[in-house]
Design a protein around this ligand. Structure first.
Ligand code: GTP
Ligand code: SPV
Ligand code: MN
Length: 589
């Protein structure tokens, strides 16, 4: 047959995979609107997708996944490198030979009666020196359509590859969506990903977590750059100065919301502007100027639907008004549009819930799955930064870590220096969310928000962070935030969302040495007077209380961190154990 590429490795990968999975036909995706239109039509015909109200939501479609297939499956996600030691204590590991054999057995013949789609895609701008090409083979139209939003899909990727260029191989086979045979396998030493028996987001859109974080973090370690679970945002000051921040929060902990925030009124009136460069992933390298430069390798947003509304995140909501795919939200049959918890109050009288069942506000269950998502093109976002399309990306002024912590961690604090900042990232703990299967609200360690996404030994990953700080002569300052402090009644103590601008403002002032701070046991904390509360009905006392560093609590936290650190053994960089000692000593003072 005539192939759309001369790349022998692509052709061999497709042929070998077809031989294994036995599809009825192979369709080479070219990224054209014509071809995607045909696929949408086909998916609507089979019921895989539903067409939504095209007047209110032009180009928008709806998809329901299997009830058992609604989130990432961390316990079934493996790093398959030759030496178990190299996957480290925070990853599930399987021997590559064994993993290939098992996956091949599971996928054998499973595309019979189906079509195999070949998706050529680029993470990052096609042809940019910092971008990388992937080929995903899948038997799911839903995956093709999502990848066409989330990545840069097109035959121009073949031009980049030429006759023998390398790429990341991704084989996705829905199989029977059997949760007992579901595996998300990464072979970092072979640039390969295999995903079987799922059809949900992070498990199957292989360019995203599998490639752009797990495989890319491994590549970054070897090539001297970083792949991080971070949003990237730009702040423009009234005088036109631009500053950039990258922030790592665990899944469903506020990246999309922070990346698109609308500042409080008085900031807007003064001329401040916040723009979104990315909401989930940052690829970061050292620039010639010794600064860290970040690009967003994605092309769209796979965002959490629940909680998104006109007030919390109008930019994200606006981004979903056209050419968007909604997954596992509820349908409003009155006008064939979508709904999720938090979109409007009160909820509509009658909905079809994410399981396809009749729903009323009295049903006593959620209408949308807590991890229901929208897949929206980045270009739809009203606050998308011009820098989104810049090959070089943006120079970072600050890196911010943050998690969901009801107690202990203050609203914001600054690390003393780079290595202390790496320590601050490494000790992150956060309550689990619906983004992964399993219990929610359980406090767990999630260093740099990368626990589920680091493609190699976490101890080596910490060392790589320390190394990057040495390579960058002018690195960003490192901070930690916590929007999720709760009072005795379980109410959030900080308004969050747009008001987080008040904290970003302090952070950037610290970066330009224009505000003082108090040195505490854990680092620099703001004086309450320096957090701008203009236009906010909020007491300084409450602010004081969420800025307070409780040494007794931090002392037990330090003991707990020591336990957590044990698993890294010799791989724990001395820079981190030193910082732990300092923390413990500071708490005793
Ligand atoms: P992933 O896409 O899973 O990586 O998540 P994310 O980090 O982009 O999370 P997102 O911004 O979608 O937020 C997830 C949830 O946190 C939503 O339900 C939000 O409403 C809620 N949230 C976000 N920001 C804040 C905040 O500042 N305060 C509070 N209380 N909740 C927030
Ligand atoms: C996350 O879980 O961090 C996500 C969603 O961004 S997924 O793509 O499913 O991983
Ligand atoms: Mn994420």
């Amino acid at each position: 047959m005539a192939y759309p590429t001369k790349n022998k490795k692509v052709i061999a990968f497709v042929e070998e995979s077809a031989k294994l999975t036995c599809p009825d036909q192979i369709v080479w995706i070219d990224g054209s609107e014509k071809q995607l239109k045909k696929l949408r039509k086909q998916a609507c015909k089979t019921g895989e997708m539903l067409k939504l109200n095209q007047k209110k939501l032009p180009g928008c479609y709806y998809h329901r996944t299997a009830e058992n297939d609604v989130a990432r499956v961390e316990a079934r996600t493996f790093i398959c490198c030759k030496e178990k030691e190299n996957a480290g204590p925070t990853n599930y590991w399987m021997d590559p030979q064994e993993a290939y054999k098992m996956c091949y057995e599971i996928a054998r013949g499973k595309m019979k009666g189906r079509t195999m789609y070949v998706i050529p895609y680029s993470m990052g701008i096609v042809g940019s020196p910092f971008s990388k090409i992937g080929i995903e083979l899948t038997d799911s139209i839903y995956v093709v359509l999502n990848m066409a939003i989330m990545t840069r899909v097109g035959t121009d990727c073949y031009d980049v590859l030429g006759e023998d260029g390398d790429f990341i191989k991704g084989l996705h086979c829905k199989c029977d969506v059997d949760p007992e045979k579901r595996y998300i396998m990464h072979f970092p030493e072979d640039d390969t990903i295999i995903s079987v028996n799922s059809a949900y987001g992070g498990n199957v859109l292989l360019g995203k977590k599998c490639f752009a974080l797990r495989i890319a973090s491994f590549l970054g370690k070897n090539e001297g750059w970083m792949a991080e679970h971070m949003l990237i945002l730009g702040v423009t000051y009234p005088d036109g100065t631009k500053k950039y921040i990258a922030a790592a929060f665990p899944s469903a902990c506020g990246k999309t919301n922070l990346a698109m925030l609308i500042p409080p009124k008085h900031y807007l009136e003064q001329g401040y502007k916040v723009e979104c460069v990315g909401d989930d992933i940052a690829w970061i390298r050292v620039g010639k100027d010794g600064r860290l430069w970040a690009v967003n390798p994605e092309n769209g947003f796979f965002g959490v639907a629940p909680g998104t509304n006109e007030k919390s995140n109008p930019n994200a909501l606006a981004a979903t008004k056209k050419n968007t795919i909604f997954t596992n939200v509820a349908i409003n049959p009155a006008d064939n549009t979508v709904w999720w918890e938090g979109l409007t109050k009160p909820a509509p009288e009658h909905l079809i819930d994410w399981l396809g069942k009749e729903w009323t506000p009295e049903s006593g269950v959620k209408a949308a799955h807590p991890n229901s998502r929208f897949t929206a093109p980045a270009v739809n976002c009203p606050c998308l930064s011009e820098a989104f399309n810049s090959k070089e990306g943006v120079p970072l002024d600050a890196i911010v870590f943050g998690g969901r912590r009801a107690t202990t961690t203050p609203l914001v604090y600054q690390s003393r220096d780079w290595n202390h900042g790496v320590f601050v990232g490494s000790i992150m703990s956060s309550e689990t969310t619906a983004a992964a299967t399993g219990a929610t609200g359980v406090l767990r360690h999630d260093p740099m928000a990368m626990k589920p996404f680091c493609g190699y030994h976490m101890g080596d990953y910490f060392a790589h962070w320390v190394e990057m700080g040495k390579k960058a002569s002018n690195p960003p300052k490192i901070f930690n935030v916590n929007w999720f402090r709760q009072d005795q009644n379980g109410e959030f103590m900080w308004p969050g969302f747009g008001d987080n601008m008040r904290v970003l403002d302090w952070i950037l002032k610290r970066c330009s040495d224009s505000v003082d701070a108090q040195e505490t046991a854990i680092g620099y904390v703001p004086y309450a007077k320096d957090i701008d509360l203009e236009g906010l009905d909020y007491s300084r006392d409450t602010l004081e209380s969420i800025l307070y560093v409780d040494k007794a609590r931090w002392s037990s936290e330090a003991d707990e961190i020591a336990e957590f650190y044990k698993q890294f053994g010799d791989k724990l960089p001395a820079e981190l154990s030193e910082n732990l000692k300092t923390l413990k000593a500071n708490c005793a003072k």
